[in-house]
Design a protein around this ligand. Structure first.
Ligand SMILES: NC(=O)c1ccc[n+]([C@@H]2O[C@H](COP(=O)([O-])OP(=O)(O)OC[C@H]3O[C@@H](n4cnc5c(N)ncnc54)[C@H](OP(=O)(O)O)[C@@H]3O)[C@@H](O)[C@H]2O)c1
Length: 220
């Protein structure tokens, strides 16, 4: 059994999550409230270590009225345990799980000890890279039945490739960032053929701020 996964993203019309200089101001106030409402409704919120290192997000519900109990469990996918001990995602506002690989050296052992002392749970799944399929099973066992996947593009690819995403919600801002090296919604290696690609079914769409929200179910 695995959690139900909603992938949400705010992107430009050309599918970028940030500019080449990592300026990621894409969503307006109303859209941020929409995202925080989803955060409030899920059990877990998941990002890759790239997003933690670049944006230092808190991943809590703070753009709409909320109590501490409304914060979902924060999950960071981090094979090499690069998460800084002062990262905001490790603060006391909510529980945090760091998913790493089974390979453990002395340095990693020491970091796990420090993280555990801070109340952070470390889950070890996979070799080389975090095994996302196994991670989903471990999270489900811990009562995490619904997850909001908040990126970035590399983790999104990993989750789509493993067919672990059930629903997609995107805010498209009327902006074009350009740049072949600017992060996109889904990066990674990409599918080679249309036959292999992820197929979606459009369920709903509406105007939001100066852009549009599209909601899809992933065809299984
Ligand atoms: N606009 C939005 O809605 C939005 C939301 C989130 C992020 N962003 C933007 O996205 C950018 C960050 O994206 P990113 O692609 O650099 O980083 P990311 O997707 O957040 O993190 C990727 C990292 O996760 C780790 N990982 C471990 N196991 C993995 C697996 N099985 N599959 C995939 N990744 C795995 C890898 O690092 P290790 O090998 O070290 O584990 C990988 O490099 C930032 O610019 C941020 O602003 C935008």
């Amino acid at each position: 059994m695995k959690p139900y996964v909603i992938s949400n993203v705010g992107m430009t019309l050309d599918g970028k999550l940030a500019t080449i200089a990592n300026d990621s101001r894409i969503s307006g106030e109303e859209d941020l409230k929409r995202v925080h409402q989803i955060r409030k409704e899920v059990d877990g919120i998941m990002v890759g270590i790239g997003t933690v290192l670049k944006d230092d997000p808190r991943l809590t519900v703070h753009k709409i009225p909320a109590k501490k109990e409304d914060n979902p469990v924060r999950i960071v996918v981090d094979s090499k345990l690069r998460v800084p001990l002062n990262a905001r995602v490790l603060n006391k506002d909510a529980k945090t799980i760091i998913a790493t690989t089974e390979e453990i050296n002395e340095e990693k052992e020491e970091k796990i000890k420090k993280l555990t002392e801070m109340g952070v749970e470390v889950i070890k799944v996979g070799k080389g890279k975090v095994d996302l399929r196994k991670l989903m099973e471990e999270l489900y066992k811990r009562g995490i039945k619904k997850i909001l996947l908040e990126g970035g593009g590399t983790l999104n690819w990993g989750m789509f490739k493993e067919n672990l995403v059930d629903e997609v919600r995107v805010f498209i801002a009327p902006k074009i960032f350009g740049g072949k090296d600017a992060p996109t919604y889904v990066d990674g290696e990409g599918f080679k053929t249309v036959d292999e690609c992820v197929k979606l079914e459009l369920k709903n769409f509406y105007r939001m701020d100066d852009g549009i929200v599209l909601e899809f179910k992933v065809k299984k």
